[in-house]
Design a binder for this molecule. Structure first.
Ligand code: FPP
Length: 242
C-alpha cells in the first residue's frame, strides 16, 4: 500500500466486485419467500452504486445471476429475471442522470428476451456516460467465460487470423466477457460464506478479499465504507517483496 500524503485520502479501489449473498436467509428469517429476499436485495444495489460512485470507485461489478443459478427452481429463476428487467427499466433514467455506464457480462444469449431487450436499451442509453461503470454479471461463470474465450481464440487460429504465438495474457484477457474491465482490486462477499463461487477468476488474481456476515439486503453505505477501510489497511505486494 502506498502511504497517502498527510491530510489526503488514499485512492479508492478502482474496481470493486460483489457477491451479493444472503437474500434467501434474510427472507427466511422473516418468514418470507425467497422472492421477497431478492426483492429486498434490489435496495442495496441502488445504495451501494451511489455510495461507490461518491467514493470514487470507477467500476462496480455485481454477481446478479450465475451460470449455476440456472439450476434453481423455475419460479425463482423467473422471479429473478422479472426483478432484473424491472430494475433495468425503472433505473435507467436515474443511471443516465448519475452518469453511470451500464454493462452486462456473461453468457447473455441465454437470457430471456425481455431481459436482453431491457439490458440492450440500458447499455445503449448509458454507453457515453463518463461516471462509474456498473457491470451486472448475468448468466456468468468464470469457467464458462474462460472456455468461451479459449474457443474464440482457437477459431481465430484455425482461420489464420492469429498465430498460436500471438496468444498472451493480454489477448486472452481481452477475449473474456469481462474484456473491457480492469482487474478487480476489492472483492466483497456478503452472507458469511467464504468462497469465490466461480466469480471473475481471471480478474481477481491479486484482488483483496473481504467477507462479511451481513446479509445482502442489510448491506449499506457504512458496510461498503468498512470494506474499503479494510482494503486500505492491506499491503498489496503482487508477489513481490516491499
Ligand atoms: C444470492 O442470494 C443472490 C442471488 C442469487 C441473486 C442476487 C440478486 C439480487 C441481489 C437481486 C437484485 C439485483 C439487481 C441487479 C437488481 P441467495 O438466494 O443464494 O441467498 P441465500 O444464500 O441466503 O439462500
Amino acid at each position: 500500500m502506498t502511504a497517502p500524503l498527510a491530510g489526503s485520502l488514499p485512492d479508492p479501489p478502482k474496481h470493486v466486485a460483489i457477491i451479493m449473498d444472503g437474500n434467501g436467509r434474510w427472507a427466511a428469517a422473516r418468514g418470507q419467500s425467497r422472492q421477497s429476499g431478492h426483492q429486498a436485495g434490489a435496495g442495496p444495489v441502488r445504495t451501494v452504486l451511489k455510495a461507490a460512485s461518491n467514493l470514487g470507485v470507477k467500476y462496480l461489478t455485481l454477481y446478479a445471476f450465475s451460470t449455476e443459478n440456472w439450476a434453481r427452481g423455475q419460479d425463482e429463476v423467473e422471479n429473478l429475471f422479472a426483478l432484473l428487467t424491472q430494475y433495468l427499466d425503472s433505473e435507467v433514467a436515474e443511471l443516465l442522470q448519475e452518469g453511470v455506464r451500464l454493462k452486462g457480462v456473461g453468457d447473455l444469449k441465454r437470457l430471456p428476451q425481455e431481459v436482453l431487450t431491457a439490458l440492450a436499451q440500458a447499455e445503449e442509453l448509458t454507453a457515453h456516460n463518463k461516471g462509474i461503470t456498473l457491470s451486472l454479471a448475468l448468466s456468468y461463470g468464470s469457467r464458462a467465460e474462460l472456455t468461451a474465450a479459449t474457443r474464440d481464440l482457437a477459431i481465430k487460429v484455425k482461420a489464420g487470423e492469429i498465430a498460436p504465438s500471438d496468444i498472451n495474457e493480454d489477448l486472452l484477457a481481452q477475449s473474456l466477457w469481462t474484456g473491457t474491465l480492469p482487474d478487480v482490486d476489492l472483492l466483497i462477499r456478503t452472507g458469511g460464506e467464504k468462497r469465490i463461487s466461480n466469480f471473475l477468476l481471471w480478474r481477481i488474481a491479486y484482488a483483496e478479499l473481504y467477507f462479511t456476515e451481513t446479509l445482502w439486503p442489510d448491506f449499506g453505505e457504512e458496510d461498503l465504507k468498512a470494506a474499503i477501510a479494510d482494503f486500505h489497511s492491506r499491503q498489496r505486494r503482487y508477489g513481490r517483496t516491499i
